[in-house]
Design a binder for this molecule. Structure first.
Ligand SMILES: NC(=O)c1ccc[n+]([C@@H]2O[C@H](COP(=O)([O-])OP(=O)(O)OC[C@H]3O[C@@H](n4cnc5c(N)ncnc54)[C@H](OP(=O)(O)O)[C@@H]3O)[C@@H](O)[C@H]2O)c1
Length: 333
């Protein structure tokens, strides 16, 4: 395993973290036994940076992770998030009608206690606001989060899907260690000034969905996704867009094959190559994918490889937004 610094904190995190969302939520049938074995495997492989959130299956993901986290507390740097709430307690993804965002200090104080209880730990290593609440000044949300650091409930602060302007305002209240935003070959929003700002402020970028939710792996068959699979609600995975998007994916797979690696490994190597301040968190609930993905750390890309990848993306621009119209209003805020 290779390790990278988390911002200016001095913490060394595995260059690839582990996204745990799919173990409980969003990507088809779950299998707790295999998920727990995957967490154990992550420990064996030296993956010490695990990512969850209170909204993933309404807390069930935090509870699942706690089973391996608690007996291995000193080996894992655990990140979780707060802010999404469910009307009438009916859990769903961020795009569901009953899901809304609450970045108020009052809710944050309740949410952190719930996460600590479910994770069965005394301190969360990295606590993110899952989005920026458009109705609450970011300084208020982060001011309340900073109180959690002073109280010892949280060690470091993070934000997710935050604009450069909000990032600056937040960082002026309390140092922000990490920005978690979607970043992959197919989602490049952060290249538009946000990455420049994280670099200026010494904040790590934690790319989520670095495999474009499985799309770039050339194994995703949208026609056979489970009825409740979250990707069914996202424009770029719709049947009418997938014929176009698959042309890119198939050629990308050929490029990977010419480098003697898998498309998933090439996609992760591309993200890793964007800078030492970047720590992607690919998600999986399967040991076989985890082992495959971790080998991306040893895939070296030349400048000719990077050029070839960028040319391919230009040749087949991705069709369809990464989120629904409503959910897009909540990102880069
Ligand atoms: N801050 C936010 O708003 C936000 C939003 C989304 C996600 N996240 C976090 O980021 C993490 C990662 O993102 P993500 O899980 O959405 O997307 P991702 O990492 O881009 O892709 C995950 C999908 O790819 C599949 N996969 C993984 N490795 C593979 C391989 N080698 N070959 C073929 N398929 C493979 C997984 O399958 P299996 O499920 O079958 O293993 C899953 O369906 C999440 O787990 C979550 O912790 C944060």
């Amino acid at each position: 395993m290779k390790y990278r610094n988390l911002g200016t904190t001095g913490e060394q995190l595995s260059a690839l973290g582990l996204g745990c969302m799919g173990m409980s939520f969003a990507y088809g049938p779950t299998d707790d036994k295999e998920s727990l074995a995957t967490l154990e495997k992550a420990l064996d492989l030296g993956i010490n940076f695990w990512d969850t959130a209170d909204m993933y299956a309404n807390g069930a993901n935090e509870e699942l992770i706690s089973k391996i986290l608690v007996p291995n507390r000193d080996k894992v740097f655990i990140a979780t998030k707060f802010g999404f709430r469910f009307k009438d307690g009916v859990a769903g993804p961020s795009s569901a009608k009953g899901t809304y965002f609450d970045g108020s200090p009052a809710w944050m104080k309740v949410a952190v206690e719930k996460s600590l209880k479910r994770l069965k730990i005394d301190t969360i290593d990295l606590y993110y606001a899952h989005r920026v609440d458009p109705n609450i000044p970011i300084e208020e949300t982060v001011g309340a989060m900073a109180d959690l650091v002073r109280e010892g409930k949280v060690r470091y602060l993070g934000l997710s899907e935050t604009s450069a302007t909000s990032l600056r305002k937040a960082h002026a209240v309390h140092p922000i260690a990490a920005l978690q935003s979607e970043y992959s070959l197919l989602t490049r929003d952060v290249e538009n000034g946000i990455l420049q700002t994280t670099r200026e402020l010494g904040i790590s970028l934690i790319p989520y969905s670095p495999l474009a939710r499985g799309l770039v792996t050339n194994t995703l068959d949208v026609a056979t996704l489970a009825a409740d699979d979250f990707r069914r609600t996202l424009p770029r995975y719709q049947q009418e867009n997938i014929a176009n998007n698959n042309r890119l994916v198939v050629e990308f797979a050929a490029l990977a094959s010419s480098k003697d690696c898998t498309p998933a490994q090439l996609a992760l190597a591309w993200v890793l190559a964007q800078g030492e301040d970047i720590i992607p968190i690919p998600g999986t609930k399967k040991r076989k994918y985890l082992e495959e993905n971790v080998a991306a750390i040893n895939v070296n890309l030349t400048s000719a490889d990077l050029t070839a990848i960028n040319e391919l993306i230009k040749r087949y621009p991705i069709v369809g937004e990464r989120y629904s119209e409503e959910a897009m209003k909540m990102v880069n805020h």
